[in-house]
Design a protein around this ligand. Structure first.
Ligand SMILES: CC(C)(COP(=O)(O)OP(=O)(O)OC[C@H]1O[C@@H](n2cnc3c(N)ncnc32)[C@H](O)[C@@H]1OP(=O)(O)O)[C@@H](O)C(=O)NCCC(=O)NCCS
Length: 219
């Protein structure tokens, strides 16, 4: 069993760190079987301009560069760049053996040069909504060329499971990417904004999208 939010016409869930369980309905559904295939057996996914490949320890420096771009990090929960390599290492570790069997995240690389320009995929097997959660980030120099959309469409070619993506109000680019790749908005909920600290007035709206493989409505 997995919890799922009520339909998009339901009242907005009460404020809280996660969607209010009292407004959930319960549905019987599936989740991807774990362990996932280990990194060592995962094949790259190739799109017109990108190669999506498994992450390795050698990606630490490139990941650190990505995660120290303020324009990128403002859209993460904490909203600020990693302060040192150790902090970036802690973000890389879930995607390396032995923890690779619980995640499905890729290095997003320029197909022509091999440069790692981003990271994306499934970093969370079970989101607050039950289904796996998708996320992505690209180096700012590569924005606005359709690469975010190309990544997500490429990633989805291997997906047979329902997926969730949580955005923040104002992240129009990310919402545009989701829409173009076939995700549909279904709810907007409130959570504590970790960038503002705790307490009254520190809430953030999180428009949330879902994806049904094969375009099923699931309703
Ligand atoms: C989100 C991100 C991956 C987008 O990458 P990108 O390669 O620039 O995205 P694309 O070019 O494929 O698509 C962006 C789309 O957003 C939409 N968009 C962009 N700005 C918009 C705006 N101001 N209003 C409405 N839609 C907008 C458009 O549909 C645009 O596509 P189009 O102009 O080609 O039709 C990138 O901006 C990024 O890494 N941001 C920081 C991290 C992040 O926000 N991650 C997602 C967290 S939920």
């Amino acid at each position: 069993m997995a919890a799922a939010p009520a339909s998009s016409s339901a009242p907005r869930p009460a404020a809280g760190p996660e969607p209010d369980p009292s407004t959930f309905i319960r549905v019987r559904t599936t989740l991807p079987r774990r362990p996932f295939p280990p990194n060592a057996t995962r094949q790259p996914i190739t799109t017109e301009r990108l190669t999506l490949r498994v992450l390795t320890q050698d990606d630490l420096a490139a990941l650190h560069e990505l995660r120290t771009q303020p324009e990128v990090m403002i859209w993460t929960a904490l909203g600020k760049p990693d302060k040192d390599l150790a902090e970036t290492q802690a973000k890389l570790d879930p995607f390396l053996p032995p923890r690779d069997e619980a995640t499905f995240n890729f290095a997003i690389c320029d197909r022509a040069t091999g440069q790692m320009i981003g990271i994306g995929g499934c970093h969370l097997w079970r989101s607050a909504f039950g289904w796996p959660e998708v996320g992505y980030m690209l180096r700012k120099e590569f924005w606005g060329k359709g690469l975010g959309t190309e990544f997500l469409r490429g990633f989805l070619t291997g997906v047979r499971e329902q997926l969730i993506a949580v955005t923040a109000t104002g992240n129009d680019k990310s919402q545009g990417v989701l829409g173009k790749a076939g995700f549909k908005w279904f709810t907007t909920w409130l959570a504590e904004d970790l960038q503002k600290g705790t307490g009254p007035g520190s809430m953030i709206e999180l428009p949330t999208f879902r994806y049904f493989p094969g375009g099923k409505k699931g309703e």
